[in-house]
Ligand binder design. Structure first.
Ligand SMILES: [Fe+2]
Length: 478
């Protein structure tokens, strides 16, 4: 049974192919169209997905007409006709739709290592649901609690993202980074008054915060970001406590766009015995979620390297000598990551000991100077360098760095690091590279950031590689 999972008509369109419980392919539309956060699938992406064979079933990630109804009656954005419907070869294939939150829940639970877990989904909004709690047990997913619009963690966060001049539904991660530089106390009360309750919201957040009555200086942006992050963390803590008490589960699966907030995710490690956040918890991951919901059982989950395949062995020696010589190397090889983070196959890797490397990488990436870079560390050494007793293979947590003076370029202003742990099984090539660097320097860590041209999606194919090399006059290892 081959299932084609589709997510489109809002930010981050994506396609997944599952066959008999194995993920054959999962890719983002933006990496084929080169339009960041592309709303629609396209022929190049669909052609690649269909090269795995004609699907027996199509699974769509939300109830299209219910969402349309909500947009007409309650506001919001999205919609339009999904592009995949224009493909004649897909016309007569049976189609099923799953609710927006069920697709999120299924993407999390069916890839998780848990048979028994509470599944929490928090995002901006699906059709009407904004926050749901499920119990996953013996491959069944049961909804136990739901909250509808206007109560929404995601809309709250996005509205403030817009208020401080960033792109809502895209640049929340920048606001999260800014929070470390602000004083949360200054605007805490005021920001807190905007957090919607079950049945009350000042007004429709889809249009942003429209009654902020004070001038916003550059420093205020950081203070507001800090207050929003604080309010979000406190409310999240309460919500998760409620979910745990209600279900009596010790395993947590956390999904939805809110699960990308690595700073807040970190505290969940203290509340639950085990936490699983699938590497693509936002809407793009729901292409896999819809397909998994259709399959209805745990799928074989190995790693997130599921996209376009550039082939080749991991160029360990090449990268190593570039880093030893120039302190910095770019790599594009094998299958592209499914999810927003570059986890080694479309990455810039650098020496984390060099305090100037941040500026060098920033010069290439031309991004805001306050934004931190992440470390990738051999899993067995993680607890020596970071305050953590868990794995973080997809850069989803920000523990405190224990030796910030030794690796200054991967430590955030507040002393934390967004860690990626890697084992030999997860990525033999990247692990071998770290091992080599460790032998040479005594540091089992490299800086890892995404390989992309500023403002563009992660590199995907040969053409992207050539364009990057031309733009920056910098050779990519492969
Ligand atoms: Fe969502």
């Amino acid at each position: 049974m081959r299932i084609l999972g589709i997510n489109e008509t809002t930010h981050d369109a994506a396609v997944t192919v599952i066959e008999d419980g194995k993920v054959l392919f999962a890719g983002h539309a933006e990496r084929y169209s080169k339009t960041k956060n592309d709303w629609f699938t396209n022929d190049a992406l669909l052609n690649e997905a269909l090269s795995y064979g004609k699907p027996d079933q199509i699974a769509y990630y939300e109830y299209r007409w219910l969402k349309k109804l909500r947009i007409v009656t309650r506001g919001g954005f999205g919609g339009g006709k999904p592009y995949y419907l224009s493909r004649p070869e897909l016309k007569w294939i049976p189609r099923t739709q799953y609710s927006h939150h069920e697709s999120h829940a299924a993407a999390g639970y069916y890839t998780s290592p848990f048979d028994d877990a509470v599944v929490v989904v928090l995002d901006a909004i699906g059709e009407y649901n904004t926050s749901t709690i499920w119990v996953g047990n013996e491959d069944n997913l049961k909804l136990v609690k739901k909250y509808n619009y206007p109560f929404s963690f995601g809309l709250f966060y996005s509205a403030f993202t817009q208020l401080i001049g960033l792109m809502p539904n895209q640049e929340e991660y920048i606001m999260m980074g800014m929070a470390a530089y602000g004083d949360w106390k200054k605007y805490y009360q005021k920001v807190s008054s905007y957090f919607p309750s079950k049945d009350y919201q000042k007004y429709n957040f889809h249009s942003g915060i429209i009654d902020w009555d004070q001038e916003i200086t550059e420093q205020d942006k950081f203070d507001i970001a800090a207050a929003v992050q604080k309010v979000y963390e406190l409310r999240l803590w309460d919500f998760m406590n409620f979910a745990r008490a209600k279900t009596q589960k010790t395993n947590l699966v956390f999904m939805g766009g809110c699960a990308l907030n690595s700073k807040a995710n970190t505290m969940l490690q203290d509340m639950f015995e085990n936490v699983w956040i699938m590497p693509n918890p936002g809407d793009a991951g729901s292409s896999l979620g819809a397909a998994a919901a259709c399959y209805g059982k745990h799928i074989e989950w190995k790693d997130p390297y599921l996209g376009h395949d550039l082939g080749g062995d991991y160029p360990v020696d090449k990268i190593f000598s570039e880093i030893m010589e120039k302190k910095i190397a770019a790599v594009a090889t094998g299958k592209a990551e499914f999810g927003p983070r570059a986890l080694g196959n479309r990455s810039i890797l650098a020496d984390p000991r060099d305090p100037d490397i941040k500026d060098k990488v920033n010069l290439i990436k031309q991004r805001e100077l306050f934004r931190p870079f992440a470390p990738v560390v051999m899993a067995e050494h993680a607890s020596e360098w970071f305050d953590m007793d868990y794995e973080s293979p997809y850069m989803q947590y920000t523990p405190r760095c224990l030796k910030p003076d030794l690796i200054p370029s991967v430590v955030h202003f507040d002393g934390t690091s967004r860690v990626q742990t890697v084992t030999k099984e997860q990525h033999p090539g990247l692990y071998a590279l770290l091992e080599k660097f460790y032998e040479a320097t005594g540091v089992p860590i490299l800086l890892n950031t995404s390989l992309n041209i500023k403002g563009q999606p992660l590199l995907n194919d040969e053409q992207d590689i050539l364009k990057w090399e031309r733009t920056y006059n910098f050779t990519i290892c492969r």
